[in-house]
Design a protein around this ligand. Structure first.
Ligand SMILES: NC(=O)c1ccc[n+]([C@@H]2O[C@H](COP(=O)([O-])OP(=O)(O)OC[C@H]3O[C@@H](n4cnc5c(N)ncnc54)[C@H](OP(=O)(O)O)[C@@H]3O)[C@@H](O)[C@H]2O)c1
Length: 295
């Protein structure tokens, strides 16, 4: 089985590279943006036809949520069209596409954990472009998969954890919003889950045809960004005080859902996954992070 991973230098792409173990009969091919620009249909098609992967994991995306408000064309070119190119070329060689998407497609104003069957109501350019990407992937082939994840952080790349570690070293006190709640996801955990899912698909006698559609994935438990920041300061030994502030006091170009918790029963039941609580995942991530200065 050959697996192609796009966006290999992103935070999830790097975590996937770390999660893969040598398994007989399984070949992983990681491609950075320089090696495979998913917004270039010819480049996608020639690489996919050359490699003939069984599975494509699309970890490439335009992820600048606020900048997307002024760069809509670019966000759609990557998040909608890029996903569509991978789906079309993948279909031509019989590959199953696993598209990584976001909790931001939900936001229906309720405070009950979202099911994959709930209606979507993406707010903002980034969220709408990701939802358009989901549609492109599932319309091309309904046996493709979409994994909606939330609040991604990890040892690689730029993310909330890295920012908080830096601020925890530089500032005596910071304000963090407490009125947006959701579930953080450590890239290490998501990457390990994806590797386990690929293994299940490989072991499936029907070639994984039964594994299809939308799945939610995050770490277990619920918190606010404030709670997450407090956890980061605690596990990194920082004395920086974290103050709860309202979103209204921290305006951003793109609005974020106030409630963004996802129900993960489907992915756990389908793939037999066990998911760590966000606090345990955070503690492990910080423990396993390289100790050199954080940018
Ligand atoms: N970050 C979050 O909090 C979060 C939350 C929910 C869902 N997600 C989703 O999770 C997935 C992984 O996100 P992430 O946090 O790992 O993102 P990331 O760190 O921003 O990585 C995305 C990668 O995609 C690459 N890329 C951008 N445009 C590309 C193109 N045209 N062709 C090929 N590669 C391209 C980027 O390369 P450059 O660095 O060169 O631009 C980068 O390496 C994405 O689908 C994202 O929407 C993220």
């Amino acid at each position: 089985m050959r697996i192609l991973v796009t966006g290999a230098n992103g935070q999830l792409g790097q975590a996937l590279q770390g999660a893969v173990r040598p398994v007989p009969g399984m070949e992983w091919h990681f491609h950075s943006r320089a090696e495979l620009d998913i917004s270039d249909p010819d480049m996608v098609d020639s690489l996919v036809r050359f490699l003939r992967p069984d599975i494509i994991i699309n970890a490439a995306a335009y992820t600048a949520v606020d900048r997307a408000e002024s760069e809509a064309e670019q966000a759609y070119r990557i998040n909608r069209d890029g996903a569509g190119h991978l789906a079309q070329s993948g279909k031509a060689v019989g590959a199953k596409l696993i598209q990584i998407s976001t909790d931001y497609v939900y936001d229906n104003g309720r405070a009950i954990p979202y099911l994959e069957t709930d209606p979507v109501r993406p707010q903002g350019v980034y969220a709408r472009s990701k939802q358009a990407g989901e549609e492109a992937v599932l319309q091309a082939d309904p046996t493709n998969m979409v994994i909606r994840t939330s609040w991604l952080y990890g040892p690689a790349g730029t993310n909330f954890l890295k920012t908080m570690i830096r601020l925890g070293r530089e500032k005596p006190s910071i304000g963090v919003v407490f009125d947006q709640v959701g579930s953080p996801t450590c890239t290490i955990d998501l990457a390990e889950a994806l590797v386990a899912m690929v293994q299940r698909i490989q072991d499936d006698p029907s070639g994984g045809a039964g594994f299809q559609g939308i799945f939610n994935y995050s770490n277990e438990g619920v918190c606010s960004w404030y709670d997450l920041a407090v956890g980061i300061m605690r596990y990194t030994g920082s004395t920086c005080e974290v103050r709860p502030i309202r979103s209204a006091d921290y305006p951003t170009p793109a609005s974020r859902p106030a409630y963004s918790v996802m129900d993960k029963a489907r992915i756990k039941d389908t793939f037999g996954l066990q998911i760590a609580h966000w606090r345990d995942a955070l503690e492990r991530c910080i423990r396993e992070m390289p100790k050199e200065p954080v940018a």
